[in-house]
Design a protein around this ligand. Structure first.
Ligand SMILES: Nc1ncnc2c1ncn2[C@@H]1O[C@H](COP(=O)(O)OP(=O)(O)OP(=O)(O)O)[C@@H](O)[C@H]1O
Length: 339
């Protein structure tokens, strides 16, 4: 199902939480709403679900105005951060719930419900847990079941609000791949809220970067990461070094874009090593520019480190900043790209 969000705004009392948002979500897309806490991601998701009213604007599902339709008419499935499984029901009953409470006329038979629940359990690879209670499941298993429950009613839109937020890093990683595979199989339009840029970059077809109730940029992971339209997006999408050029301009470069050499080359800048630490296959090096005294961080792989290292505090290196991007303080567009 394609969704069109047209000039939507929403206030809570005096506070304008969503400001004139426009967004076109093609059918079958996997979208991440990415932004810091309080940027309006959940509010926008809840408006799409019909859980929050709109002050102005419209939301269309497949070209039909759904702005005032109740939740139950929207064919949406939800998964929230805190599982929200019914504690007193078995896993089977949890998944069956949405089907059992359907009006009599459209309610499947007992046998049909049973088959559907087992199909879903198979789909999320947790058939063996049907008779357990939520308290007997791990966090990751609970979220798989929450997804199976959301899928039971055959939604045309899947809404996920930080579904892996409460899980540890390894389980999160597994579930990201798993959810992406599920999306590829079912192709349901999926909107995913996260404040984790890595999660958004890894999973989504389209990233919508939000800030203070507004959209800063819409684009593929590659576009928002490599071609951010402003300083906010640049900063939010990953580690970044900032150098003040003047009162109005700041230049930005990501740590992995800085080339480090043992000897001076071209317009490289001398810098002293302050700190070195390894993170898996990467080495992060904190340095101090000798020309401006500014601190910065470079990131290289272990092979490159073997070429220039081992390094210790006080060692002298030469840094080339070939990909600096300059934004004015309040500018939306990059002023220049210095090569
Ligand atoms: N029911 C409400 N009543 C009053 N203010 C609200 C309500 N819901 C949200 N807000 C405010 O609206 C703003 C946006 O909140 P929202 O939950 O949409 O942000 P978010 O980007 O999802 O943040 P988080 O990542 O922390 O969940 C916040 O300042 C929040 O305090």
């Amino acid at each position: 199902m394609g969704i069109t969000i047209e000039n939507v705004s929403k206030s809570f009392g005096e506070y304008l939480a969503i400001k004139d948002v426009q967004l076109e979500i093609p059918s079958g897309d996997f979208i991440a709403l990415l932004g810091p806490s309080g940027s309006g991601k959940t509010t926008l998701l809840r408006m799409i679900a019909g859980l929050e009213s709109l002050d102005s604007g419209k939301i269309h599902f497949n070209g039909v105005d759904y702005s005032n339709k109740p939740v139950k008419e929207r064919k949406v499935g939800f998964v929230f951060q805190h599982y929200a499984l019914f504690k007193h029901m078995t896993i089977f009953e949890n998944i069956a719930f949405g089907l059992k409470v359907r009006p009599f006329k459209i309610r499947p038979s007992k046998q049909e419900i049973k088959e559907r629940v087992y199909d879903l359990l198979k789909f999320v690879q947790l058939e063996h847990l049907a008779e357990r209670y939520p308290s007997q499941l791990s966090g990751g298993q609970k979220q798989r079941i929450a997804l199976a429950r959301a899928l039971a009613v055959e939604p045309e839109v899947l809404l996920l609000d930080e579904p892996f937020g409460a899980l540890d890093a390894k389980v999160r990683q597994e579930l990201r791949h798993w959810l992406r595979e599920i999306h590829e199989k079912l192709n349901i339009t999926t909107i995913f809220v996260t404040h984790d840029q890595e999660e958004a970059l890894e999973m989504a077809d389209t990233i919508v970067v939000m800030n203070q109730g507004q959209i800063e940029q819409i684009g593929s992971p590659d576009q928002v990461y490599h071609h951010p339209v402003n300083a906010f997006v640049y900063r939010f999408l990953g580690r970044v070094n900032e150098f003040c050029d003047s009162d109005n301009e700041i230049s930005y470069i990501r740590p992995h874009e800085i080339a480090l050499k043992k000897s001076a080359q071209g317009n490289s800048v001398p810098a002293k090593v302050l700190h070195v630490h390894s993170v898996g296959s990467l080495v992060r090096i904190q340095l101090n520019r000798l020309d401006t005294n500014a601190l910065f961080e470079a990131e290289i792989n272990t092979e490159k480190y073997q070429e220039i290292g081992p390094l210790k505090k006080g060692d002298l290196l030469y840094a080339s900043f070939s990909n600096l991007v300059v934004f004015g303080n309040e500018q939306k567009e990059p002023l220049t790209a210095i090569l």
